[in-house]
Design a protein around this ligand. Sequence first.
Ligand SMILES: Nc1ncnc2c1ncn2[C@@H]1O[C@H](COP(=O)(O)OP(=O)(O)O)[C@@H](O)[C@H]1O
Ligand SMILES: [Mg+2]
Length: 322
Amino acid sequence: LLRVRDDSSYFIAEAAVGAGNPVATGDRVPVTGSLPGEVLEAIQPRLLPEGGTDTSAEHDLGGPLMAVPMRSGNRAVGVLLVGRLRGGPPFSESDLELCATFVDHATVAIELAEARLDRERMVLLEDRARIARDLHDTVIQLLFAAELELRAAALPSATSDGGDVQHAAELVDAAIAQIRIAVLALSPGAADSLRHRVFEVMSELASTSAGRPHLTFDGPVDLVARGALADDVIVVVRESLANVARHAMAHHVGVAVAALRGTVEVEVWDDGIGLPDDPARSGLANLGERAARWGGTFTVTRRRPGTRVVWSVPYDTEGEVE
Ligand SMILES: Nc1ncnc2c1ncn2[C@@H]1O[C@H](COP(=O)(O)OP(=O)(O)O)[C@@H](O)[C@H]1O
Ligand SMILES: [Mg+2]
């Protein structure tokens, strides 16, 4: 199976099987002047009886040969060569047809799989870029501010009552919390944790919402919110962020997920236009029902400016690991 990648003057052999195959996986076969090159150009399958091929070519077994282009749109992106050893029975027209149909199907499947991989890679890269930005914007700023305060407090002329140092310590704490979130987002295997799913929802909605949501976690949320409860938390985050994106015209949006003192609480706030006086409720009603099912509450309140929704349900504290 010969594919053309970035360098269109060579095929790369992406797969090579069979006894006596003169091509090995990873080999390069020139496009110009080769039989597969001609097939790539013409985008036409070809059948070559024994002796009709140039036996000096490094891809040639010397026996009967089929060469079928991988069609993608109106061009070819590769060629499947199927050959027999010298003296083997020739291929028929119907062999060629069968092979061409197979290659068409396989090409579609390969391209779909590659497109999916590309998308996943993009999401990952974007997520990394976002985490890097977040680290820069929050952590570095926090630590920088803490540094300044500590330096000021250390001056001989300082008239500090310890408040500066206390505040600097709080800034460092906040920086640690942000680093924790970043580490979690980057750690492999965290893919199905609740935190990771919240990140995913945020990246899904990133292009539509009011900037990056300000995200905080508190308490052992991954341990507490699992299964159906975790699914509901995700629904709440997704619906609430979608509402902010669609209705709020906000500059800032925040998401806080906490598991503390027997309660899982999801808060989503924005600084947008606020709820209308008599909002039609569909998504919001659904969130209320989801809270009630767990014996919890769902409230929507006005901020000045903006909206705050709080979804709060009790969880079983038995066996809780702090
Ligand atoms: N964050 C928000 N800011 C402003 N208005 C909101 C916000 N969330 C919801 N709304 C208002 O409340 C209405 C009901 O929301 P919802 O029940 O989710 O239904 P939907 O999103 O399908 O309109 C919305 O149509 C919108 O007018
Ligand atoms: Mg809605």
